[in-house]
Design a protein around this ligand. Sequence first.
Ligand code: HEM
Ligand code: SF4
Length: 555
Amino acid sequence: MYQYDEFDRAFIAERNRQFRAQVDRRIDGSLTEEEFRPLRLMNGLYLQLHAYMLRVAIPYGTLNSAQLRQLAMIATRWDKGYGHFTTRQNIQYNWPRLTDVPDILDALAEVGLHAIQTSGNTIRNVTSDQFAAAAADEIEDPRPYAELIRQWSTDHPEFQFLPRKFKIAITGSPNDRAVTKAHDIGLRMVRQNGETGFEVIVGGGLGRTPMIGKVIRDFVPVADLLPYLEAIVGTYNLLGRRDNKYKARIKITVHENGLEKVRDLVEAQFRKIAPQFDAGATAQHLAQLKQQFAAPDLPPRDDQRYHDARRIDGVFRAWADTNLHPHRAAGYSIVTISLKPHGGTPGDATDAQMTLIADLADRYALGEIRVSHEQNLVLPHVALDDLPALHQALRAAGLATANVGLASDIIACPGMDYCALATARSIPVAQEIAQHVDALKLEHDIGPLKIKISGCINACGHHHVGHIGILGLDRAGVENYQITLGGDGSEDAVIGTRTGPGFAYDQIVPAVERILRAYLDLRRDRSETFLQAYRRLGADPFKAALYHTEQEDAA
Ligand code: HEM
Ligand code: SF4
């Protein structure tokens, strides 16, 4: 895991010192809220519907137990006893008092965390696969590269005032768990003739005008990674529109100028600036970073207790079937801890839960925790033999919901409960769908399904890439929910298709149920997932189920 060096520590201490002085000036009235705004946004501090909100970056989603314990302490001491994990591997505190924020930032710095570039028109937290360095299907750990990009992009003088925010995601596995195709830049590690490099995708993004990214270069060798990224971001900085913030993202730049023109400009810029980069020094630095991320030593372990528990304990078996993922080391597993109890707020964890997970990570998982873009936490290295004991401890804390990848493992943005931009509620919709599929005892029968909900067009809940996407809008003061089907955030990413007119708040759960029942009727057999059935049959039978019953209801 990356350890801050003296440079990082001094840099963050200085940023915090500056911000403390700015907060003091806001509090004594010498700065107006308007003057303070750009300063606070430089430090991840938003003004939400009811209060300030602090967004803290969790680089490439990796935390150690001390960091998670500190996040819990902050929730206890300066917030309302919980934190909210987001789709961008951040944690958000919804209720900090302005006077406390400098102390919070200092407490974060103590464990090597910060809120720099979690807001504003800069390169945001670089996100990655939550199973990095553990997944059986991985080419290489993407996190040393993500750390390299983080160091290059932090306070990069040219990229502090981009036309709009800029998001980079990186995956080291062909099975994309980082939604690389819906980011401004997506990096997918590939091997060509024995050499490791990256397929580089640009111009993806959700929100207004959702788009799947396009491949700008199918192979960028490791040595060229930073100059190539700098060429892309530099080209966007010059070419990107600043006249209209809705057209300012690189997806629009690529769309309006065409991929060919953007590629030509990027390649020309790359040729120009590449010689200024010291490839030798970068390689040396990368080698050091790789050492810091060196795969842990996982001694062989017996797995008898795991097999016994599977045989005798149905609850354990159900959890193991959904919440475990194959590890590259024999005798080990990757455990996803669902932050989606039926009826809970997706992504919320209490201070007690965070502390417990930190303790369990120390006991069973080499002290390491990951945050997934699907708003869950992960213990990446757990011996199979320890799983029964881990499961018991999680169960006692309400953290053993066996629903990862199922219908109630819903991504939902904060919506009207917190967000000043919201046009509808998201969290209660997620809660009600989860409770309903649980009450019907349907979700294990339905199998893999991704439902994603956003409370406005900005699409923070990724609804466009949900197999079932739900977008809450305001129609003449009344909440209305549009459904999209067939979206996919994987390596085969697709933007979902709108089914037709939206549904009122009290009709959205029955509408989702009709889609689910249609799938159960239509699928070839249990092995055909919702997405496969949708791709085979198209939207029509699902639309028929969705609207036909609706008309009957109205009659
Ligand atoms: C203070 C609360 C928030 C505000 C004001 C906010 C604002 C926005 C805005 C304005 C956009 C559209 C940007 C554009 O396309 O140019 C956006 C997109 C997005 N936000 Fe948020 N957001 C908030 C919270 C969140 C949370 C909690 C999450 C994660 C659950 C999140 C994740 C995202 C994602 C994934 C996008 C996708 C669009 C993209 O960049 O391609 N945001 N947000
Ligand atoms: S999608 Fe809209 S409502 Fe939801 S968090 Fe983003 S900006 Fe707020």
